[in-house]
Write a protein that binds this ligand. Structure first.
Ligand code: S3P
Length: 173
């Protein structure tokens, strides 16, 4: 694989996209761009407030606009939100001009452990988050699998995940 224009990380909430993105950024010299952070900066609101006051569809539109803008750049590690894969147009934008899409997989239990003490994810603010996580992962599985590279994060450390990605794309330092 040629040096990718951008490396996009997809995956369910709590699969480690942000930390892996930071590590990949250090290893490659690429800039790390977080789509949720971009949306928050553009709108002047946090994700939770956007969901509450404007609704999920409005957030999805802002997310797509952000992905479209970010994907025009190059030399970036792009960390997407867990639902970004749901729109085919987002995936197309991320692949534009040679961008590679990586999916990080984790079990529902691992996601639950990583997200249970955080309160900033509106879709997990329910009575039984583990059941909700299982349901959503099942619903989204086919979209996540549509990535160019799928990494089972399982017992891997953040560094091991980042190194595996670079090995698969044959990154030359
Ligand atoms: C979402 C994931 C979140 C954020 C929003 C919706 C989702 O991002 O975009 O809360 O639909 O899975 P993270 O995956 O970074 O938590």
């Amino acid at each position: 694989m040629a040096v990718p224009r951008n490396i996009a990380l997809t995956g369910f909430m709590g699969t480690g996209k942000s930390v892996v993105a930071r590590t990949l950024g250090r290893l490659t010299g690429y800039n790390v761009v977080d789509v949720d952070t971009f949306v928050e900066r553009e709108s002047g609101m946090n994700i939770k407030d956007i969901f509450e006051s404007k609704g999920e569809q409005a957030f999805r539109d802002m997310e797509s606009a952000a992905i479209e803008r970010i994907s025009r750049g190059r030399g970036q590690v792009i960390s997407t939100g867990g639902g970004a894969v749901l729109r085919a147009g987002n995936m197309e934008a991320l692949r534009l001009g040679g961008g590679v899409v990586v999916n990080l997989r984790a079990t529902a239990e691992a996601v639950y452990e990583r997200t249970r003490h955080t309160g900033h994810r509106p879709l997990l603010q329910v009575d039984d988050p583990l059941a909700r996580i299982r349901e959503m992962i099942a619903e989204r599985e086919e979209y996540y699998e549509n990535a160019d590279i799928v990494i089972d994060t399982g017992e891997l450390s953040v560094m091991q995940v980042a190194e595996e990605i670079l090995e698969i794309i044959r990154w030359k330092r």
